[in-house]
Design a protein around this ligand. Structure first.
Ligand SMILES: NC(=O)C1=CN([C@@H]2O[C@H](COP(=O)(O)OP(=O)(O)OC[C@H]3O[C@@H](n4cnc5c(N)ncnc54)[C@H](O)[C@@H]3O)[C@@H](O)[C@H]2O)C=CC1
Ligand SMILES: O=C(CO)COP(=O)(O)O
Length: 298
């Protein structure tokens, strides 16, 4: 029996708790900063005693959360968030490194809308860890409707999971401006190339970008209104400010923070990130049509 605690009861944490609960080999509890009226809800201290932790707190908040609440007790940790910390440019593996040893941590990626997982719809995910046993331990915890693969390309999982959210914002802008399917396809394919170029510089493996974590999650997120990031793009195309969009969304859209993080990385390192940079400029108020036309005619 795997005793699992999901930390963070938002859309993704709730969906993961549901999915993992479908496997009779697991005993799953969930916790969050606001008590929830769900049968498996426990307080944070109880949750942190569990052997397996699934972290579903957004990337922009998890660093502060770890500092305030986390105490390592040999737990195995699965990081389910996707994003790069805007304030520091840190990836999630860097944020968690001071708290959890490499052999006890894994990262979840792949095309997976929470809204479909919670319906038990077929899904495929990747569990990446430096330790094969840790990756397998989490991969086999998922129920049959979720096909899991395991690998050790943490850099690839992280770059794909975070960067695709920024491309999804750009795709939402493209759709909102009614630039057409040709433009959308050009944008998404160039977004994959940009994400791959950035990821290779971070030590990611090439094949990861054509797999579930890369192309799979990018195509999913950059082509559906189920994506919060895609919906951010639609709002930007309407001329709304990001603050209003986030308020109306009522859920996290990690692509915003990651766009700021990527802009900072590009400024510091000189790496060429045209789409991420244009998304940052539009989030900062640049006219979307001018920006996307620049991008597509460059
Ligand atoms: N929703 C989805 O379809 C998927 C989401 N993800 C990722 O999962 C992560 C979480 O996303 P969602 O659950 O969808 O977002 P959400 O907006 O539905 O929920 C976020 C949750 O984090 C909690 N939270 C925020 N700040 C916190 C803090 N400082 N301390 C404790 N809890 C805090 C909130 O209370 C909320 O319950 C994100 O990184 C997202 O990219 C990954 C795959 C699918
Ligand atoms: O990561 C996701 C799907 O794989 C969820 O995407 P959004 O955060 O854009 O909704």
């Amino acid at each position: 029996m795997k005793r699992i605690a999901v930390i963070g009861a938002g859309k993704w944490g709730s969906a993961l708790a549901f999915a993992l609960g479908q496997n009779p080999e697991n005993e799953v509890v969930i916790t969050s900063r606001h008590p929830r009226d769900v049968p498996n809800f426990v307080d944070l201290e109880t949750a942190l005693q569990r052997e397996y932790l699934v972290m579903a707190i957004p990337a922009q908040q998890v660093g502060a959360w770890l500092k305030e609440h986390f105490r390592y007790r040999d737990q195995k940790v699965l990081v389910a968030a996707k994003g790069i910390e805007a304030s520091t440019g840190r990836f999630l593996n860097e944020i968690f490194a001071p708290y959890v040893p490499d052999q006890n941590i894994a990262f979840l990626s792949g095309p997976s809308f929470a809204a479909e997982v919670i319906q038990g719809l077929p899904t495929a995910l990747v569990v990446s860890s430096a330790d094969a046993q840790t990756a397998m331990g989490f991969a086999e915890a998922f129920p049959e409707f979720i096909r899991t693969y395991s690998d050790d390309d943490i850099a690839g999982a992280e770059v794909c999971g975070s960067y695709k959210n920024v491309i999804a914002i750009a795709a939402g802008i493209c759709a909102g401006l009614k630039l057409g399917n040709n433009a959308a396809a050009a944008l998404i394919s160039r977004g994959l190339i940009e994400m791959r170029r950035f990821g290779l510089a971070y030590g990611a493996r090439d094949e990861t970008f054509l797999g579930l974590s890369g192309a799979g999650d990018l195509f999913l997120t950059a082509s559906s209104v189920l994506s919060r990031n895609y919906r951010v793009g639609l709002g930007l195309a309407e001329g709304k400010a990001k603050e209003q969009i986030v308020e109306e969304l009522g859920e996290v859209a990690e692509g915003i923070g990651t766009a700021y993080a990527l802009h900072g990385i590009a400024q510091r390192s000189g790496v060429y990130l045209p789409i991420a940079t244009e998304v940052y400029e539009i989030l900062e108020g640049k006219a979307p049509r001018e920006s996307l036309n620049d991008l597509l005619t460059r």
